[in-house]
Design a protein around this ligand. Sequence first.
Ligand SMILES: C[S@@+](CC[C@H](N)C(=O)[O-])C[C@H]1O[C@@H](n2cnc3c(N)ncnc32)[C@H](O)[C@@H]1O
Length: 286
Amino acid sequence: MAVPDPVPTPGIDPETYDRISRLVYAHTGVRLGPGKEYFVEGRLGGLLEELGCSGWAELPDRLAAARRRGADALIRAVVTHETRFFRDQVPFRALAERVVPDMAGAAREDGGRLRVWCAGCSTGQEPYSVVMAVWDRIRAEGLDVAVWATDISDRALDKARRARYEAQDVGRAVTPQGVERWFDRQHDGRLRVCASVRERVRFARLNVLRDPTPEGRFHVVLCRNVGIYFDRPARKHLYRVLGRVLGPGGYLLLGAAETLFPPVPWFKTCYFDRTLLFRRTPGAVP
Ligand SMILES: C[S@@+](CC[C@H](N)C(=O)[O-])C[C@H]1O[C@@H](n2cnc3c(N)ncnc32)[C@H](O)[C@@H]1O
């Protein structure tokens, strides 16, 4: 029997494309620009059925009507959640060997805890890695650590809070001794981050481009592989947000392929083992 040809979905008309790309920008800071219809069709095609649309022209209104669910669906379709434990390794050594000693005095003044914000924490591997990485140094300084871990995606945060990961994914970055120390083996063979690490991480939904930041001043911010898809104005806004939450001398860690572009005067660069770190300079962020 001959397989019937699939019924072609009519393409996106320019007005609908414009509305969809503005929605994408508003929710994610990702500017699609002209000529990315193929991206929208590929990534958002599944939403037509999910939201019961008979064609592309209906999608913007359906997304708006679905409010948080619509925003979530859009975010899911556009952003990537790729992450892993101790991603790029060196930044986590930098945290233990450079950042904790440099910021210990400030942490002592601020109640005895190193305050860390992981902005764009995805499914949790990054904030949990932070706690594991700094644990011994923090103890040696007589301090504790508290991590605020935020992401735009509810789905990613649900997984992060469950803290259960496939053993093979953990094993790629964590030594067998590390697994023994930091994880509890589950009945299904997966590994769960141990309670003492989980207790030091608090998760919340937060869009770094729109929502108020966590309260208080931070000693360290990780915003790694989040701003890479933002356009220039969105990145400038992001750097302001990150500059405002960091106390004097506080550290900003970006992803391995990222730098501050355009550069801003409220951060100066320094290196740890050929990895770029950014330090908050004195003075207000305009
Ligand atoms: C590629 S992952 C990086 C995860 C982790 N930081 C790392 O480097 O392994 C990017 C994360 O940023 C989140 N994200 C993207 N845009 C965001 C925004 N405007 N506000 C907050 N989180 C955002 C995504 O949901 C995703 O989980």
